[in-house]
Every structure is written in C-alpha cells, then in structure tokens.
Design a protein around this ligand. Sequence first.
Ligand SMILES: [Cu+2]
Length: 143
Amino acid sequence: MIRAIAVAVVLFCATSATAQDISISEAYIPLAPPGVRAHAAYLTLSNTGSENRSLIGVTAQGYGMAHLHQSMEMNGVAAMSALHQLEIAAGQTVALTPGGLHIMLMQPAPSQVVGASVPLTLHFANGKDITTQATVTQRDGGS
Ligand SMILES: [Cu+2]
C-alpha cells in the first residue's frame, strides 16, 4: 500500500514537471510553390499558465533560418516586418494566421510533400523551448 502511494506521488511529480503552460495547436505550413526562398508557417499559441510569456525565436528543422514576422499593409502595399518578441499574456491565445503574424521559413530544404511534418522549436524568454510538429498542407488558391 505504501509502495503504491509512493509510485503515485512520483508519477504526479513527473507529470507536473513536464506540464507546459503554453499549448500549441493547428501548426501547419502551406506547401511552398517550387523555387521559393521563403514561405510561412502558422500556428496557434495558448497561454494556460498564470504568467505572461514571450516568444523570442523559432528554429525550423530543414530550414536555414526562421523568423517571427508580422504582415501589414503600408500605403496599400502588402509588406512584412520582423518581430523580435511576441507577447502571450496569461490566459491569452494568439493565432498566427495568413495575412497577420507568421513564422517566416527561409532557405527551405529542396523537397517537401503534403502531409510531411516539420519540427518547429519555439524559444521563449524564460529559457524554455517547446517543439511542435507542423503539417505541410495543400496550398489553397487564396493565399
Ligand atoms: Cu514574413
């Protein structure tokens, strides 16, 4: 009986140590048109913890570089700028979607197929990294 309780306590501790206060969902990468040097990844970040978190960088497996970007319109022309830090306040959800925030993937690996997954590692200001799998999806005509 005592042994059973000890095991339960150990399991509980292991679970809470690995629990993340950031959850990532809907990570995807629209298939890049052939020959492009950069394309985008999108995902949704939810901060389920009680502290504000700050995303400060991204690493994408198979790419030379990955940066946080913000799309905008300047004088009617679509443009984008680098974002050094993305705040996700406690309890907030921030969606990276086409036309807004995105992860710019640069220097892609030569071949990519629909359905493949690309590991994205998100770096946070508190020193924590979270790796998620982004699925390569069919490109829809609009974006
Ligand atoms: Cu961009």
